[in-house]
Write a protein that binds this ligand. Structure first.
Ligand SMILES: Nc1ncnc2c1ncn2[C@@H]1O[C@H](COP(=O)(O)OP(=O)(O)OP(=O)(O)O)[C@@H](O)[C@H]1O
Length: 763
C-alpha cells in the first residue's frame, strides 16, 4: 500500500503536479513505444509505472516472456486484444499489468467503483489470478475482490461498491451484476476473459452475453487462451472492437511446424487394452516414486475409485485426489498440498486441466483419452511451464489410437513407449479382494464403471471413442468387479439393446433425451409397473432401504448421482419378468388397438350407465324413480327439497375442502420438485467440468493485500447461493416470485381460482 505522509496544501499541490507530469510522461512513452524498435527484454523496459515495477520485482518477475513482450504494449495503448499463447507462457501477467496500469493512469479511487472485471471459467483459476494480482499490486491503492460465493448480502453490498478490480466465474459475476445494487459498472474500463474458449465450452455463452450486455461499450476488452476455437473467434468478433491478435501464431501453427505445446515438454504415449490401464497406471506410479505426477481421468467417480483403491494398495508415494464434486474447502486444501509437495501423485478430473499453475510437475499422465486435442494441450500444459522441463504420457486403448492422428494434425507427435514386461504388474487380484471385503469400494467400482461407459458414450468424436466396441466385461473385471454390472438403459432391455439403439439414429435421439436418472422418458409411451413406481420412490424413507437392497446401490442417498445415466442392478437381484403379474392382452394388432381406444370399445359396449349399489350389494340405476305414495310418506315436498339441498350442500362443502387439500398438496409437491430440479440443475452447472462451481461468495475486503478465502458454513452458503441463484433465473418472467424464485400462490378458493392456477402452472 502507498505510504501516507501528512501534507499541507502547498505540498499537496506540488505532489499533485509531480504526479500529473509523471502520468503525462507515462502516457507519452506508451504512445511512442514501438515494440519492434524497443525490443524490450525486461519489465523495466516497458512504459509502466514504478509501483507496478516494484510489485513485479518483489514477486521475482524481471524478464518478459514472449506473450508479455508482445501483448502488454498493445494493451497499454488501449487496443482490444485477442491473446493466445502456449500453456505456462505467462498470460496472467499479460492481462493483469495493463489493468493495474490503466486504473493507475486514470487515478482510480474506491469512489470510482468497478474499473476492471476478470472472468475465469473455474474457481481455482479465479483464485490463482487473484493471488497473482495481490502480489504484483501490493504497492497500488486499488482494491480487488474475488467473487466466489455467499457472505451475507449486506456484507457483500457494502464491500462490492468499493471494489475496483473484480475477479470471478461467469455465473457468479452475472448474479452480482443482477443483484448487487452497489456494483456500478458504468465506469468499467477493462474486461478480461481468461481461458475464454473454455468459458464458451462450458456453456457460459449466454451468461457471458448477459454480462457483456451489462457493461459499457466503451471499455477495453482482452481475451486470452492457450487454444483457439471457432467459438472464440465468434466471441472476439462480437465483443472486441478494432482488436489486435497477439501471439496467435504461437498456437495455430499455421506458419511453422511448431506444435501448440511447450518445447520443453517431452510427450509420449502407450497403447494398452482398457482392461490393463489400471495395471499400467499402478506400475507407472510404482516406478516414479520420486516424481510429482498429475493423472487425468474422465470423471469424478473414476478419480474417487482409483484414489480409494490405490490408497489401500500403498504404492509408496502420497496420493491426492481432486474433482469438482468435492467440497470447496477440500479442493483448496488439495491444491495447496499438491503445490507444496515434491513427490506426490494427484488424481484429477479436467477441473484442473486449464490455467492452474502447479509448480514443478514432472509428469502429466492421461489415463483416459481427452475429449479433443485442445483438452490434451491444456492437460499436458500443467507440466513444462515457464520454460521448465516436463514429461507427459497418454494411455490410449487400441480403439483410441486414431487420436494420434488428431494430435498429428496439430503437429503434436508423442513418442511411442512400451512398458517393460518386468515392470508390468497386474493389480486385478488385489482389486478383487479389496472389493470383496469392502462393499463401499464395490459400489465405487460400479459407479466408476458406469461413469466411464457414459463418458465414452457422450463423446462427440465417434471415431476415437467407439462405444460399440467397449470390452465391458474385461473392463469391469479390471476394476475388481465380478463382471460388468448389468447396466440397463431404462426403457430398454439391456446394455446390448442400448448399443443397438445407439446405432439407430432416431432412437439415439431418444437416448440423448435420457434424464439425470438415465431414464429415457417418452411421456406418451411410458408404462409403469409397480416395481418402476417403487423404484421411482427411492428417496422416500420407507422404500429407500428396500430399493437399495434390490439394486445393490448402498449409500446412494449420500452420493451425488450425476452418473445415473444408466442404472445398475446387481446381477443376483434381477427381477424376473415371469415374477411380474400376468396380464392377458389381446394378441392381434387390431385387438390391441381396440382395447386401447375408448371410442372403439364404446362401439362394442353401448352407452355407459351409472349404477349405485345399496347396502345389500344390489345394483340400482342412479336415478331410480320412486312411487308417489312412497314419496308422500316422507313429508311434504318443500321440506324434502330443503333437507335434500342442505344435505347436498354439506356434501359439496366436504368435497370442496378435500379438493382444496388435494390441490394444496399437489402444489407443495410441485414446489418441492421444482426446487429439487433447480438444485440438480445447479449442481450440474456447478459441477465436474466445472466452471462456476463456487459455493461461497467472498469479496476481498477492499485491499489487494487482504486474504480471500472463508470456506466456513459450506452447507449454509450453498443454500443461500441456491436461493439467490434461483431467484435470479426466475425473476425476469415471474413477478410473483419470492426470494427463492418460487411463485407463491394463494390456495384456490373457487373453481375459477383453481382453473386460473392450473392455467398458470401449464404456462
Ligand atoms: N515474466 C515472468 N518471469 C518469471 N516467471 C513468470 C513470468 N511470467 C509468468 N511466470 C510464471 O510462469 C508460470 C506460468 O504463468 P501463467 O500461469 O500466467 O501461464 P499461462 O500462460 O496463463 O498458462 P495457462 O495457459 O496454462 O493458463 C507461472 O508460474 C508464473 O509465475
Amino acid at each position: 500500500m502507498a505510504k501516507k505522509i501528512k501534507m499541507n496544501t502547498a505540498m499537496r499541490k506540488e505532489a499533485r503536479k509531480r504526479e500529473d507530469d509523471y502520468l503525462k510522461g507515462l502516457e507519452t512513452k506508451i504512445q511512442e513505444y514501438d515494440p519492434k524498435t524497443a525490443n524490450s527484454k525486461f519489465f523495466k523496459d516497458l512504459p509502466i509505472s514504478s509501483q507496478t515495477l516494484k510489485g513485479l520485482s518483489e514477486a521475482a518477475f524481471i524478464k518478459l516472456t514472449d506473450i508479455q513482450r508482445e501483448s502488454i504494449p498493445v494493451s497499454l495503448k488501449g487496443y482490444d486484444v485477442l491473446g493466445a499463447a502456449k500453456t505456462g507462457s505467462g498470460k496472467t501477467l499479460a492481462f493483469l499489468i495493463p489493468i493495474l496500469e490503466k486504473l493507475y493512469r486514470e487515478r482510480w479511487t474506491e469512489y470510482d467503483g468497478l474499473g476492471a472485471l476478470v472472468i475465469s471459467p473455474t474457481r481455482e483459476l479465479a483464485m490463482q489470478i487473484y493471488e497473482v494480482l495481490t502480489k504484483i499490486g501490493t504497492h497500488t491503492s486499488l482494491s480487488a475482490g474475488l467473487v466466489i460465493g455467499g457472505k451475507d448480502v449486506k456484507f457483500e453490498l457494502e464491500r462490492i461498491s468499493r471494489i475496483n478490480i473484480l475477479i470471478g466465474t461467469p455465473g457468479r459475476i452475472l448474479q452480482h451484476l443482477d443483484q448487487a445494487v452497489g456494483l456500478n459498472t458504468a465506469n468499467l474500463q477493462m474486461l478480461v476473459l481468461d481461458e475464454a474458449d473454455r468459458c464458451l465450452d462450458m456453456g457460459f455463452k449466454k451468461t457471458l452475453d448477459a454480462i457483456i450486455g451489462n457493461l459499457p461499450p466503451t471499455r477495453q476488452t482482452l481475451l486470452f487462451s492457450a487454444t483457439q476455437s471457432n467459438s472464440l473467434s465468434d466471441l472476439a468478433r462480437l465483443s472486441l472492437t478494432n482488436y489486435k491478435s497477439v501471439g496467435t501464431k504461437d498456437i495455430t501453427n499455421k506458419d511453422d511446424d511448431e506444435p501448440a505445446t511447450p518445447k520443453t515438454l517431452q510427450q509420449s504415449y502407450v497403447i494398452s487394452e482398457l482392461a490393463d490401464k489400471l495395471d499400467v497406471l499402478f506400475s507407472f506410479i510404482k516406478s516414479h516414486l520420486k516424481a510429482k505426477i498429475i493423472v487425468f481421468m474422465s470423471s469424478s467417480k473414476q478419480v474417487h475409485f482409483v484414489y480409494e483403491t490405490f490408497r489401500k494398495m500403498q504404492p509408496g508415494i502420497s496420493l491426492l485426489h481432486l474433482h469438482g464434486r468435492q467440497k470447496q474447502k477440500a479442493r483448496t486444501e488439495t491444491l495447496d498440498k499438491f503445490s507444496r509437495a515434491q513427490q506426490v501423485c494427484l488424481f484429477a478430473t479436467d477441473v484442473v486441466a486449464r490455467g492452474i499453475d502447479f509448480p514443478a510437475v514432472d509428469w502429466v499422465l492421461q489415463l483416459d483419452c481427452p475429449e479433443d486435442v485442445d483438452t490434451y494441450i491444456h492437460r499436458v500444459g500443467r507440466s513444462a511451464r515457464y520454460g521448465k522441463k516436463g514429461r507427459s504420457l497418454i494411455i490410449l486403448t487400441p480403439q483410441e489410437e486414431v487420436f494420434l492422428q488428431r494430435l498429428k494434425a496439430k503437429k503434436i507427435e508423442p513418442e511411442k513407449l512400451t512398458i517393460k514386461q518386468s515392470k508390468k504388474k497386474s493389480i486385478k487380484p488385489q482389486l478383487q479382494s479389496l472389493l470383496f471385503k469392502d462393499p463401499e469400494l464395490k459400489y465405487l467400482a460400479q459407479k466408476a464403471f458406469i461413469s466411464y461407459v457414459k463418458s465414452i458414450y457422450i463423446q462427440k468424436d465417434k471415431e476415437v471413442f467407439k462405444f460399440d466396441s467397449l470390452p465391458t466385461d474385461d473392463f469391469a473385471i479390471s476394476l475388481g468387479l465380478p463382471g460388468a454390472p448389468n447396466i440397463k438403459f431404462k426403457g430398454t432391455k439391456s446394455f446390448e439393446r442400448a448399443k443397438e439403439l445407439k446405432n439407430s439414429s432416431r432412437k439415439l435421439k431418444a437416448l440423448e433425451k435420457a434424464d439425470d436418472d438415465g431414464e429415457i422418458r417418452d411421456k406418451t409411451k411410458e408404462v409403469k409397473t409397480k416395481y418402476d413406481k417403487m423404484f421411482g420412490r427411492k428417496n422416500q424413507t420407507v422404500l429407500s432401504e428396500h430399493y437399495m437392497n434390490v439394486t445393490g446401490v448402498q449409500g446412494a442417498e449420500n452420493e451425488e448421482d450425476e452418473d445415473n445415466f444408466m442404472t445398475i442392478k446387481r446381477k443376483d437381484h434381477i427381477l424376473n419378468e415371469d415374477e411380474l403379474p400376468e396380464l392377458s392382452l389381446p394378441t392381434s394388432i387390431r385387438g390391441q388397438k381396440r382395447a386401447l381406444s375408448k371410442k372403439a370399445s364404446l362401439s362394442t359396449k353401448g352407452n355407459a350407465s351409472k349404477t349405485v349399489f345399496d347396502d345389500d350389494g344390489v345394483a340400482h340405476p342412479v336415478y331410480e324413480l320412486e312411487g308417489e305414495e312412497d314419496f308422500a310418506k316422507k313429508g311434504d315436498a318443500k321440506t324434502q327439497k330443503d333437507e335434500y339441498l342442505k344435505k347436498e350442500t354439506e356434501v359439496m362443502a366436504t368435497a370442496d375442502s378435500t379438493d382444496k387439500q388435494v390441490a394444496k398438496e399437489k402444489r407443495q409437491e410441485k414446489k418441492r420438485k421444482r426446487l429439487e430440479a433447480m438444485r440438480r440443475e445447479e449442481m450440474a452447472e456447478y459441477s465436474d467440468n466445472e466452471g462456476d462451481v463456487e459455493t461461497q461468495v467472498y469479496l476481498g475486503t477492499g485491499n489487494l493485500s487482504d486474504d480471500m478465502e472463508d470456506a466456513e458454513s459450506d452447507t449454509e452458503d450453498r443454500q443461500n447461493k441456491r436461493a439467490r441463484f434461483n431467484s435470479t433465473s426466475d425473476s425476469e418472467d415471474d413477478s410473483d416470485a419470492n426470494e427463492y424464485g418460487v411463485t407463491e400462490i394463494d390456495a384456490p378458493e373457487t373453481l375459477e381460482d383453481l382453473e386460473s392456477l392450473t392455467a398458470r402452472l401449464i404456462q
